[in-house]
Ligand binder design. Structure first.
Ligand SMILES: CC(C)(COP(=O)(O)OP(=O)(O)OC[C@H]1O[C@@H](n2cnc3c(N)ncnc32)[C@H](O)[C@@H]1OP(=O)(O)O)[C@@H](O)C(=O)NCCC(=O)NCCS
Length: 160
């Protein structure tokens, strides 16, 4: 289903998620941390909402995407903002972000919504233009990458 943000005529925006293959390609080609097929399968079926852009000549092949991971109540995390390099700087990222934000405005529980993201350098201006502000010094973003998850404690012991 297309939505009503403005895009160059050769593109269309769809609600939903790219295929696992397109998702893996989008992350790798746009310079984000590559995902394996297990991670990708979980990602494209595990979000609160997502959208992607495809060329009108090839509507099932995503060239740009974004997702919201959230609980529908208060917490909403913008993730996987990615545009293939040959399609960047044409307004696709902006259209995707505006679509995701509008989805929160129209479908989240009544009240306020806390929308967060971690901004790589390439995305900072885009996010600022859409109202995001640096959280420091009020709050500091923190993260951790847990290595080799998806196995039980006994399996990990055996592998040592
Ligand atoms: C960041 C990204 C999603 C932006 O998508 P895009 O379609 O190229 O962006 P748009 O054409 O909609 O541009 C919107 C605004 O973002 C900013 N912007 C876009 N690309 C930028 C870049 N490479 N460097 C600095 N600012 C950039 C600009 O302010 C731009 O507005 P302007 O063209 O009027 O100046 C895209 O460049 C991308 O996929 N980058 C690699 C992956 C990545 O870093 N993702 C963000 C993770 S937080």
């Amino acid at each position: 289903m297309s939505t009503s943000v403005s895009l160059p005529a050769c593109y269309a925006l769809f609600e939903g998620y790219p295929t696992v293959e397109d998702y893996m390609h989008l992350r790798r080609a746009s310079g984000l941390t590559p995902m394996n097929a297990h991670q990708a399968a979980a990602a494209v079926s595990g979000a609160w909402h997502g959208c992607y852009v495809a060329e009108t000549t090839s509507p099932t092949k995503a060239v740009a995407m974004g997702r919201i991971i959230g609980d529908g109540g208060w917490y909403f995390v913008i993730a996987d903002m990615a545009v293939l390099p040959e399609h960047q700087r044409r307004g696709l990222g902006d259209a995707i972000l505006k679509t995701l934000m509008e989805r929160i405005r129209t479908h989240a529980a009544k009240g306020d919504a806390y929308v967060t993201l971690f901004a790589d350098i390439a995305g900072r201006r885009l996010y600022e233009k859409n109202g995001f502000k640096e959280a420091m010094p009020r709050e500091m973003g923190m993260d951790i990458v847990l290595k080799d998850v998806g196995t039980s404690a006994s399996e990990r012991d055996l592998a040592r």
